[in-house]
Design a protein around this ligand. Structure first.
Ligand code: ATP
Length: 327
């Protein structure tokens, strides 16, 4: 039996495209099996798999090699999690989260989206990815690609469509951990669409996954603002900095006559943010085009129409916050 030559293995490995600096010298076992550690930091799932296949083929062709084992390792990249929360449901938190992710990606930040809203996961619909099940590799989920450049995973993809999600705390927590610990490849930022409210799921998410910051969404009316303050309080107690408050459904421009009205009032969230010493990140008008496009899985932030502008501004403010000088 020929024992594989170290030089022949090194030469075979060196011919694999893109391997430079990623593989240590292969180790040879007495039975001719060869094992090698591959550093996959910064590579997406497809590239990792392709590199592993090429290595197996190249090393497997060296005389004396009976088997090739590749162990992938990756540096834990400090992926930056931004939570999008609201004190109550229906204020447009999911719409904001989806469009913020798309606008960030459009402006050049590699961004992924996690739909943690167990009570009403809506991101697959918002990003036109309904019915697509994420695949798994070695117990790790692979996010679903969307046509807006934002990979996504949703609680809604872990259960049959239409099946009510009535998970209790610990189950919801472990499902959420699976989404956050998925193979996010080279994503720098993860936007997490939290369930509305301030219950156990939100609390344990904040404690366990420690988002770097949070965006709070509120409509302008008093009741929504009171709930938003509770959410802000929760972030404060868990030590998650609030990046700022967004006022959604602020003012309505009639698509027929152009007249401006403000069914929920306007400016409430801005003044509440001011009272609490929090930044105000901007205002998104109540615009039928936003609802229509959201329902159709065509996020306004992906286009150049006026209804996308507010999201581009919001993304620029969040990017500014991410780029702030840090101690
Ligand atoms: N600025 C807006 N203009 C018009 N419609 C909007 C706007 N923001 C959100 N909507 C619509 O309001 C509805 C609720 O929005 P969304 O699902 O994003 O709220 P939510 O706060 O995530 O609710 P929940 O947490 O209960 O799922 C959707 O039909 C959405 O299209």
């Amino acid at each position: 039996m020929t024992y594989p030559e170290a030089d022949a293995l090194a030469a075979a490995l060196a011919r694999v495209t893109g391997i430079e600096g990623r593989a240590a010298a292969p180790r040879r076992g007495a039975d001719g099996a060869v094992s090698v550690v591959l550093d996959v930091t910064g590579l997406d799932g497809d590239r990792r798999a392709a590199l592993e296949d090429e290595m197996k083929r190249a090393l497997g062709a060296v005389p004396g090699v009976t088997a090739v084992r590749v162990a992938q390792t990756a540096e834990k990249t400090g992926r930056r999690i931004i939570a999008v929360g609201s004190g109550k449901g229906g204020v447009g938190k999911s719409t904001l989260a989806a469009n913020l992710a798309v606008a960030l990606a459009r402006a050049g930040t590699r961004t992924g989206l996690v739909d943690a809203d167990i009570y009403g996961p809506s991101q697959p619909r918002l990003l036109s990815a309904e019915g697509i099940r994420p695949e798994g590799r070695d117990k790790t989920l692979l996010p679903v690609a969307t046509r807006f450049g934002v990979p996504m995973l949703s609680m809604g993809q872990l259960v049959e469509p239409g099946q009510a999600i009535a998970w209790r705390g610990p189950m919801a927590g472990s499902a959420l951990a699976q989404l956050l610990d998925a193979d996010w490849g080279d994503c720098e930022v993860l936007i997490v669409d939290l369930p509305p409210g301030t219950g156990d799921v939100q609390l344990s998410m904040l404690q366990k996954h420690r988002p770097e910051g949070a965006v709070i969404v509120s409509t302008p009316q008093d009741l929504a603002l009171i709930d938003a303050m509770r959410a802000i309080d929760l972030f404060g107690k868990t030590g998650v900095p609030v990046i700022g408050v967004v006022e959604n459904m602020a003012g309505y421009i009639c698509p027929h006559c152009g007249e401006f009205s403000d069914p929920f009032g306007i400016g409430g969230a801005e003044s509440a943010a001011g009272t609490m010493g929090l930044p105000f990140l901007g205002r998104v008008p109540l615009d039928p085009a936003i609802r229509r496009r959201s329902d159709a899985g065509d996020p306004p932030a992906a286009g150049d129409e006026p209804e996308g502008e507010a999201f581009a501004l919001l993304a620029a403010r969040v990017r500014q916050w991410l780029d702030r000088p840090r101690a």
